[in-house]
Design a protein. Structure first.
Length: 100
């Protein structure tokens, strides 16, 4: 799969990254190499390969998952005690502006 600079800029835009011309030139062959390798992997016959991820086990058999039980919650005062800038009864956070 031959990627173009336009493709790299599109992916960067999806990630809200501003790339310089040098970065676009550097990432183009890297992304192309990754996608080429993924195409090779997609050609493998995996019909007889057993799944290996833990997510395939039922939750009760997976020791990595804890019981979903109610726990005591922090009071509002306790929750705000470590806030760098508490505001009244809330966490004060930086302004986030959506990209259009």
């Amino acid at each position: 799969m031959a990627l173009t600079e336009k493709d790299v800029r599109y992916v960067a835009d999806l990630a809200h990254l501003k790339l310089t011309e040098d970065e676009v030139a550097r990432f183009l062959p890297q992304l192309d190499s990754i996608l080429t390798y993924m195409q090779k992997l997609n050609q493998l016959d995996t019909k007889n390969v057993e799944p290996m991820a833990q997510v395939t086990y039922p939750a009760a058999e997976n020791p990595a998952l804890r019981l979903d039980a109610p726990q005591p919650a922090f009071s509002q005062k306790e929750a705000l005690s470590n806030a760098p800038e508490p505001a009244a009864e809330y966490f004060k956070v930086p302004l986030v502006i959506e990209k259009e």
